[in-house]
Design a protein around this ligand. Sequence first.
Ligand code: PAF
Length: 286
Amino acid sequence: MRTVTTRAELEAALAAHERPRALVPTMGALHAGHAALISTARRHAATVVVSLFVNPLQFGSATDLARYPRTLDADARLAEASGADVLFAPAVEEMYPPTEVIPTINPGPLAVRLEGASRPGHFAGVATVVSRLFDLVHPDLALFGEKDAQQVRVVEWLAAQRSDQIRIMRVATVRDRDGLALSSRNQRLSQHGRQSAARTIPVALSLVAEAYASGVRSVGTLRALAERVIASEPSVELDYLDFANGDSLAPLPDSKELHDTGADPILVSLAAVVDSVRLIDAITIP
Ligand code: PAF
């Protein structure tokens, strides 16, 4: 694997590799979830590029940005072991040269609710960096984790607006043994916070899936089941627990009976704050 930090080095490295080319965009602090993205990319492409860039444009606060873990050496080892050919790890000035006007990319209609409402500007930052990475790497496909369910839909929308026909591939969420979805942010949880999060967030979502599988169709009933689990741990502060059409992300009200939502999958997503760490998780039913 070759690690490059400038756009010129990236271009030279890419010229030496064949297509199809896959891109796995990351912000580093890589874990088994990223390894799954990279190894899936390996199975679908001749060349796998992993980008590692902590994108300042998608952070709401300077403190959150400063606290984001930075573990380049370990990340390079994991990327290589998972099958990456090129690791692109640019500095901020390389991605956003001060001499260039960087147009903010509109993240589109799917970015308005959920994380978009709780974190104003977040998806514009994501759309801007992902577009820039697409322009620099020119991938045939790009891979994103399903844990960030809204991000995947926003990126799919973004890719559909472009003329270069980049295929967006979703990769299933990887969970720890306690059920918590892997996230770079988990490192910042205290032991108690971690236990509280694991006892509530994945449990609430599984309960919804199980209740749905056993025939419960009322959004209100499913929501109440999940909310009861979250409320059982006072240290877990729920931001939202949302039922939506998995395609349009249109919200499904409590009065909705799920058998009349048509063929589209239903996205159940939640965000909660534990130890001041914002955690998100999601499942799709059926
Ligand atoms: O999911 C992430 O890690 C980031 O939002 C992404 C897609 C790498 C853009 O910075």
